[in-house]
Design a protein around this ligand. Structure first.
Ligand code: AMP
Ligand code: MN
Ligand code: MN
Length: 319
């Protein structure tokens, strides 16, 4: 039976083990990477040996974070504690989450998604948090690990990416207090923002032009799509499409936005965003994905048109 833990119970799991395995989720974003690396550097500071992993391609745009190169597709071996960060379900971790490999050691998921399925044997979930990195910060504090600039920059990256630079409705007073402590420890907002938001390639900008000009309004749902052909035509190899979804919801007539991206596998990634007062997490969960009220996603079977019709039919029910 899977268990949910109190904060203190979850913190205690870190005290005894010397070797710890940490996994970031697939289709990695700044929060899972920043949370995984921030926790890694913190635990190393108190003498732990940490293996930090991700079973997917990790974007070079996070190369400014120390340790990024270590994130490779490893599975648990002899570690005494396994930790899965920032994911709402087991399928977000690829081969790293394999109950056959668990044995008797503790396996803990730390997450902040409204759709979290308590998928791990042990779970600590705080869905009030705008980012998983805020929860990791609390663990670091509770373990009495002194912050340094490396840990701080990793965690601040998680906070800034998931809150879109302190702009989402789940940015709380505590988010800002934590960010403030991280900045005092040597992290800089500018350093993160420059790397994460202000860096896309010219082909990616041109792709945006094409995708945005074909965007459609369906009631108050704004949608757009990116095909493999678009990515090829614009010479984009690895997801230059990131970040477009947030611009779509900037349209005043839209309460909900959806962006459909055709993956190399033929699967369709749908990214959804909703204005406060609307909730796309339920739709994402019904489609086999997950997320938060204001930002959620799922991976669907293709082709683009049928995936789009399936999603729009669900979204029309929530607007
Ligand atoms: P994105 O639109 O990719 O930025 O994702 C928005 C939110 O939805 C994030 O919190 C993701 O973790 C979550 N999410 C996106 N895609 C999936 C998926 N296929 N399964 C579960 N959660 C997802
Ligand atoms: Mn994430
Ligand atoms: Mn997150």
């Amino acid at each position: 039976m899977n268990q949910t833990l109190t904060f203190d119970q979850a913190v205690n799991l870190f005290k005894e083990p010397h070797r710890i395995f940490i996994a970031a989720h697939i289709m990695p974003d700044g929060d899972c990477i920043g949370s995984a690396l921030g926790l890694t550097w913190a635990l190393r500071k108190i003498g732990k040996t940490v293996t930090v992993t991700c079973h997917d391609h990790v974007s070079e745009s996070f190369a400014f974070l120390p340790g990024l190169k270590e994130l490779s597709a490893q599975v648990p071996t002899d570690e005494e504690l396994l930790v899965f960060v920032d994911g709402s379900s087991a399928d977000r971790y690829g081969a790293a989450f394999d109950p056959k490999l668990f044995g008797a050691r503790p396996v803990l998921a730390i997450d902040h998604h409204a759709t979290n399925e308590n998928f791990a044997p042990l779970n600590f979930v705080d869905a009030t948090r705008g980012s998983c990195a805020e929860i990791i910060f609390r663990f670091v504090r509770a373990l009495d690990i002194p912050l340094d600039a490396t840990i701080a920059q990793c965690l601040l990256t998680g906070i800034i990416t998931d809150t879109l630079g302190f702009r989402t409705s789940n940015t709380s007073p505590d988010t800002l207090r934590i960010a403030s402590a991280l900045i005092e420890a040597g992290a800089t907002i500018g350093g993160v923002v420059e790397q994460v938001f202000n860096q896309y390639s010219l082909p990616s900008l041109r792709l945006r032009g094409k995708v945005f000009s074909a965007a459609q309004l369906d009631g108050n749902i704004l949608w757009a799509e990116v095909s493999q052909k678009d990515l090829r035509d614009f010479g984009i190899t690895n997801n230059g499409a990131g970040g477009m979804i947030n611009a779509l919801l900037g349209v005043d007539a839209a309460q909900i936005a959806a962006l459909f991206t055709e993956k190399e596998s033929g699967k369709i990634d749908v990214s959804m965003r909703a204005r406060p007062g609307y909730d796309v997490s339920g739709v994402a969960a019904r489609l086999g994905g997950g997320g938060h009220k204001q930002a959620a996603g799922a991976l669907l079977d293709g082709p683009l048109t049928s995936a789009r019709e399936r999603v729009l039919a669900e979204l029309r029910k929530v607007v």
